[in-house]
Design a protein around this ligand. Structure first.
Ligand SMILES: NC(=O)C1=CN([C@@H]2O[C@H](COP(=O)(O)OP(=O)(O)OC[C@H]3O[C@@H](n4cnc5c(N)ncnc54)[C@H](OP(=O)(O)O)[C@@H]3O)[C@@H](O)[C@H]2O)C=CC1
Ligand SMILES: Cc1cn([C@H]2C[C@H](O)[C@@H](COP(=O)(O)OP(=O)(O)O[C@H]3O[C@@H](C)C(=O)[C@@H](O)[C@H]3O)O2)c(=O)[nH]c1=O
Length: 280
C-alpha cells in the first residue's frame, strides 16, 4: 500500500510519518513548499508521479483568529485544497482521507455531545472553510473517502494549546484560562491509530474522531500542569475577556460512539491519554 501525505511539517503529519516508518509502509510526504494543495496542477502532478493508494491530507490553514481577516487563504487551503485532492483521488482511483473540526458546530447543543447527524453552523471563517471542504467531498459522487472531525489536537509541534500554555507559563506570573470553552483534547497518536484501523476495516464516510470525555480549557490546563509538575496559579476566567477576533463555540465536544462501535474498539479518555503522551 502506498501513502501520499500532504502537509508534511504539521503535528498530525509527523505522527503519521513516525507510525508508517515503524510499520515499514511505503509513503511519500510533501510539505507546503513542495506541494501546495491549493495548486491543482501541482497536486495532479504529484499524484500522477507517485500513484498512491491512499492520500492523507494533513495540510490545513489552522490559524483561527487570522482566518477572520485572511479568509481567502483559509478557503484556498481548507476548501479548494480539499477539492483539488478529491479530483486527484478520483483520477487516480485513490482513497482520500482528510480531517475537519469541532468548529463546524456553533456550540449551542444542550442535550449531549455532538454526533455526526447534528446540524452544522460554524461561527468563524476557519470553521466555515473546513465545512466547505467537507461539502465538496460529501456532495460529490466519489465514495472512496474518510472525513474525520477531530478537536483540540495536540502532538509534536507548535500549533496546539499545550505548546501555547507552556509558553504563557514561562512568561507570566499566573495564567488566566477560559472555563467556558469545552471540547475534547485529542492526541495525534489517537488520530493516527484509529485512522489506520479505519483503513484496515475499509470504512468510508464521515466520523467524529476524538479521545473520550470532555474538558474546559481550564481543566485541560490544570491537568497539563499536574502532569508536568508546574506550580503556577491558574485563574479560571470567561473567554470573553480575551476579545479574540474569531468567535469560538462554547461547547463543541463530539461523540466518538459511532466510530467506536463500527471498529469495535475503546478510545482512551482524554486525561488518561494526556498522562501517557506527556510523560513519554
Ligand atoms: N490543531 C488542532 O487543534 C486541530 C486540527 N484539526 C485538523 O486536523 C488536521 C491536522 O492539523 P494539525 O496537524 O494540527 O495542523 P498543523 O497546523 O500542525 O499543520 C498543518 C500543515 O499544513 C501545512 N499547510 C498549510 N497550508 C497548506 C497548503 N495550502 N498546502 C500544503 N500544506 C499546507 C502547514 O504548513 P505551513 O505552516 O508551512 O503553512 C502545516 O505544516 C487539519 O485538517 C486540521 O484542520 C482539527 C481540529 C483541531
Ligand atoms: C490568550 C489566551 C487564550 N485562552 C483561550 C481562549 C481561546 O479561545 C483559546 C485559544 O487557544 P488556541 O489558539 O489553541 O485555540 P484555537 O486555535 O481556537 O484551537 C482550535 O484550533 C482549531 C485548528 C481547531 O480545529 C479546534 O479544534 C481548536 O483546537 O485559548 C486562554 O484560556 N488564556 C489565554 O491567556
Amino acid at each position: 500500500m502506498k501513502y501520499l501525505i500532504l502537509g508534511k511539517d504539521g503535528q498530525l503529519s509527523r505522527e503519521f510519518i513516525k507510525k508508517l516508518e515503524n510499520k515499514k509502509e511505503n509513503f511519500k510526504a510533501f510539505n507546503h513548499k513542495e506541494c501546495d494543495i491549493s495548486d491543482l496542477n501541482k497536486v495532479l502532478q504529484v499524484v500522477d508521479d507517485y500513484k498512491p493508494d491512499i492520500i492523507l491530507n494533513c495540510a490545513a490553514y489552522n490559524l483561527v483568529d487570522l482566518a477572520e481577516k485572511n479568509f481567502f487563504d483559509a478557503y484556498k487551503t481548507n476548501a479548494l485544497g480539499v477539492k483539488n485532492l478529491l479530483l486527484a483521488s478520483e483520477k487516480q482511483n485513490a482513497f482520500l482521507i482528510t480531517y475537519s473540526t469541532d468548529y463546524v458546530f456553533d456550540g449551542t447543543k444542550e442535550n449531549g455531545l455532538y454526533t455526526e447527524e447534528d446540524e452544522t453552523n460554524p461561527l468563524n471563517e476557519y470553521g466555515k472553510s473546513k465545512l466547505t471542504g467537507e461539502k465538496w467531498i460529501l456532495e460529490s459522487s466519489y465514495e472512496k473517502f474518510l472525513i474525520f472531525r477531530t478537536s483540540w489536537v495536540y502532538g509534536e509541534g507548535k500549533q496546539n494549546f499545550i505548546y501555547k500554555l507552556l509558553q504563557w507559563a514561562k512568561n507570566n506570573e499566573y495564567l488566566k484560562i477560559a472555563y467556558d470553552e469545552i471540547s475534547v483534547p485529542t492526541s495525534t497518536k489517537t488520530i493516527v491509530e484509529i485512522t489506520l484501523k479505519a483503513i484496515e476495516n475499509r470504512l468510508t464516510g464521515l466520523y467524529h474522531l476524538t479521545n473520550s470525555g470532555y474538558a474546559s480549557r481550564y481543566e485541560w490546563a490544570k491537568k497539563v500542569f499536574d502532569i508536568k509538575n508546574i506550580n503556577k496559579f491558574i485563574k479560571p476566567v470567561s473567554s470573553e475577556i480575551f476579545n479574540l477576533p474569531a468567535k469560538r463555540p462554547k461547547f463543541s465536544a463530539m461523540s466518538n460512539e459511532k466510530i467506536k462501535y463500527l471498529l469495535n474498539i475503546e478510545i482512551k479518555n482524554w486525561e488518561e491519554e494526556l498522562e501517557e503522551v506527556l510523560v513519554l
